[in-house]
Design a protein. Structure first.
Length: 312
């Protein structure tokens, strides 16, 4: 997540808006439970791999980034998601990366009813790299979002979506949403909505932010869905509790917003390891990861319901 915060000194009244939609749980079948445990264990394994020393913090244009690109590409192939560009990769130039290039990774799963319309599920795979021997592992930020995006891709290859889904692992988010902006500059497809995932591995709660034009409709869907607990939040206190992180501009969904595309942003709370070398995978708990991953799948289902009901 981009380090972008608002000082309290300059904020007259900042009240977090809380709109929760929590309902009681529903029993699932034995096979579903077994499949879910397998899927969530894979999510945790992906987080561990993407935030390993080999990836060296995944800074754009580095060997660590290349290792992450290869890992994500192999996962797309194993899952059976189709390449959107040759070899799943789309390099892009930017003065902040010159003379080298950033690389977005893009895969698709075809929609069964609206194949020409796309929901873009995004998660940035880059992080801060290393400073000397200190590696910024970025397990929560954002190996966690990438791992849950991969799980959604796997889930949708088995349960085809109504709309086509484009899975976009962006590069250089931490340098200013560069990968998402580059993708949108060259975009020629009909994107109906962006679901952006960032920092989901640590938090016990799933926070969401949504475009104003669909906020009320999504809230109604959330409140009528069972076994979910989404909490609406525009701002979050950072680790010092002296500043607020503004979720609106904090991650790739802001690039979609600027392109006039509705978005839903899912994230966890800011924690003490945010943007530090201590953001490591050993801090992840399977229970929290599983809960968040299941919420990502549920949000995708709610988004499809909303688009079907209200049009695009
Ligand atoms: Zn970040």
């Amino acid at each position: 997540m981009l380090n972008l915060s608002i000082s309290l000194k300059h904020t007259l009244i900042v009240l977090p808006i809380l709109l929760s939609g929590c309902t009681s749980s529903k029993l699932t079948t034995c096979q579903e439970r077994i499949d879910n445990v397998k899927a969530n264990t894979q999510v945790l394994a992906d987080i561990v791999q993407l935030s390993s020393s080999e990836m060296s913090g995944r800074a754009p244009t580095t060997r660590g980034s290349l290792a992450a690109q290869q890992y994500i590409t192999e996962r797309f192939i194993n899952i059976g998601a189709q390449p959107f560009y040759k070899g799943y990769t789309k390099p892009f130039a930017h003065r902040k990366l010159a003379p080298l290039k950033g690389v977005n990774l893009v895969a698709t799963v075809a929609g069964s009813v609206f194949p020409e319309q796309f929901i873009v599920v995004s998660a940035h795979y880059d992080h801060l790299g290393h400073r000397g021997s200190t590696i910024f592992y970025g397990a929560d930020d954002n190996a966690s979002g990438v791992a849950m995006m991969l799980d959604l891709a796997a889930h949708l290859t088995r349960n085809p979506p109504l709309y086509s889904v484009l899975f976009l692992a962006t590069d250089a988010e931490e340098k200013g949403l560069l990968g998402a902006s580059a993708f949108l500059q060259e975009n020629e497809i009909d994107i109906v909505l962006n679901l952006n995932l960032d920092m989901l591995g640590r938090s016990k709660r799933m926070y969401y932010l949504v475009s104003p034009d669909i906020r009320n409709k999504l809230r109604v869907s959330i409140e009528s869905s069972s076994n979910t607990c989404f909490v609406y939040r525009r701002r979050h206190k950072d680790r010092s509790s002296m500043r607020y992180v503004d979720y609106f501009k904090a991650s790739d969904h802001y690039a979609f917003h600027k392109a006039g595309i509705p978005y839903v942003f899912l994230s966890g709370a800011i924690h003490n390891d945010y943007h530090l070398s201590s953001d490591t995978s050993d801090k992840m708990r399977l229970a929290n990861v599983s809960n968040q991953n299941e919420h990502v799948r549920k949000m995708f289902g709610l988004i499809e319901d909303l688009l079907i009901k209200h049009g695009t």
